[in-house]
Ligand binder design. Structure first.
Ligand code: LER
Ligand code: MN
Length: 282
C-alpha cells in the first residue's frame, strides 16, 4: 500500500506572510505545501530554498481561474489565448519550484452561464487544456482538471465530467482532481465510489469537510474515501484546501483572517487523517 502524502494549501491563510505559513505547515508534519497560481505573491526562488530547508515539497500550483483573461472556454478568442498563456505561466511556476502538477478548470470561476453553445465551449476548453498540457508535458509537469460545484461553474461539476474532458484531451499527463467539498454538493451516491470509478485519471486530490473546514468539522465520512485512495494505489498528494464560510472565500480569508484556519486546522487536519489511515492499515 502507498503512503498518503499530506499537503496544506496556503489559500487558507489569507494575506499572512508566506514564510509564516511554510513554517507552520512544516511544524505540523506535512510533506508539502500547495501554492496559489499568482506568481507575484511569491519570491519563487526564495520559496524553493525555504521549502528545501524545512523539508517541504510543493504539491501543486493551484491556478486561480478568476477574472478577465482566464477563461479557457470563452466565446472570445483573445480571452482564450490569454487563458492559455496563464496556464503556461502557472506551469512555469510549477517547474521553478518542482511542483508535479498544475490545476486547470475549463471555465472561469463564477461564470455559471454559457458563453456559447455547450459543444463549442467544450471544444474550446479541450483545445486550451491540450495547449497547456503539451507545454506542461515538455517540462515534466502534469495537469489536473478540477470539477467545481454549480455555484462556481456550469461546465465541469462532477469527477465524471472532468474525466470526460481528460479523455478528450487525450494526453498522458492530464488527469482529474476530486475535491471533497465540491463532490459533497454534486456527486450522487458514495464519494468513494465516484473516485474509484475514475481512479485511472485521479492525479491530485483536495480535502475539506462539507463546510470547507478541517476534516471532522462537517459531515463527510472520510474513512471510505481514504480506503479507496489506498486501494487504488493513489500515489499523489492529498492537499487540505480549507476556506472560510463565504461566497468569495479567498477574499474573506484575506480581509478577515479566521484564526482557526491557521494553527488549529493545520494541526487537526493531518492528525484526523493519520488516525483514519492508522485504523485502516493496522
Ligand atoms: C480550487 O481548488 C477550488 O476548489 C475552487 O473552489 C476554486 O477556488
Ligand atoms: Mn479545490
Amino acid at each position: 500500500m502507498n503512503r498518503i502524502r499530506y499537503a496544506f494549501s496556503l489559500v487558507a491563510y489569507g494575506d499572512e506572510p508566506v514564510e509564516t505559513g511554510l513554517e507552520r505547515i512544516a511544524r505540523y508534519g506535512y510533506d508539502a505545501v500547495e501554492l496559489i497560481g499568482e506568481s507575484e505573491k511569491y519570491d519563487l526562488a526564495g520559496v524553493r530554498l525555504r521549502c528545501a530547508d524545512l523539508g517541504l515539497d510543493v504539491s501543486a500550483i493551484c491556478s486561480m481561474w478568476i477574472g478577465n483573461g482566464r477563461d479557457l472556454s470563452s466565446a472570445d478568442p483573445a480571452e482564450r489565448r490569454s487563458a492559455v498563456a496563464y496556464g503556461h505561466a502557472v506551469t512555469d511556476m510549477a517547474a521553478t519550484v518542482g511542483a508535479p502538477t498544475v490545476v486547470v478548470c475549463p471555465a472561469r470561476l463564477w461564470r455559471v452561464t454559457p458563453s456559447g453553445p455547450t459543444h463549442d465551449e467544450r471544444a474550446w476548453a479541450v483545445d486550451g487544456i491540450r495547449q497547456v498540457a503539451e507545454y506542461a508535458g515538455e517540462r515534466g509537469v502534469q495537469v489536473t482538471i478540477e470539477p467545481w460545484n454549480r455555484y462556481e461553474t456550469h461546465l465541469v461539476n462532477t469527477v465524471a465530467d472532468a474525466a470526460g474532458f481528460a479523455r478528450e484531451v487525450g494526453l498522458s499527463n492530464v488527469g482529474v482532481l476530486p475535491d471533497t467539498f465540491h463532490m459533497n454538493i454534486e456527486e450522487t451516491g458514495q464519494l468513494s465510489e465516484r473516485i474509484e470509478e475514475h481512479s485511472s485519471f485521479v492525479n491530485h486530490v483536495h480535502f475539506s469537510d462539507s463546510n470547507r473546514g478541517a476534516p471532522g468539522t462537517g459531515h463527510i465520512d472520510f474513512a471510505p474515501i481514504v480506503r479507496t485512495l489506498l486501494e487504488i494505489g493513489y500515489d499523489g498528494y492529498v492537499t487540505f484546501e480549507l476556506l472560510p464560510p463565504a461566497a468569495d472565500p479567498s477574499q474573506f480569508a484575506t480581509k478577515d483572517p479566521h484564526r482557526r484556519f491557521r494553527d488549529p486546522y493545520t494541526r487537526t487536519s493531518i492528525a484526523y487523517l493519520k488516525d483514519i489511515v492508522d485504523d485502516l492499515t493496522q
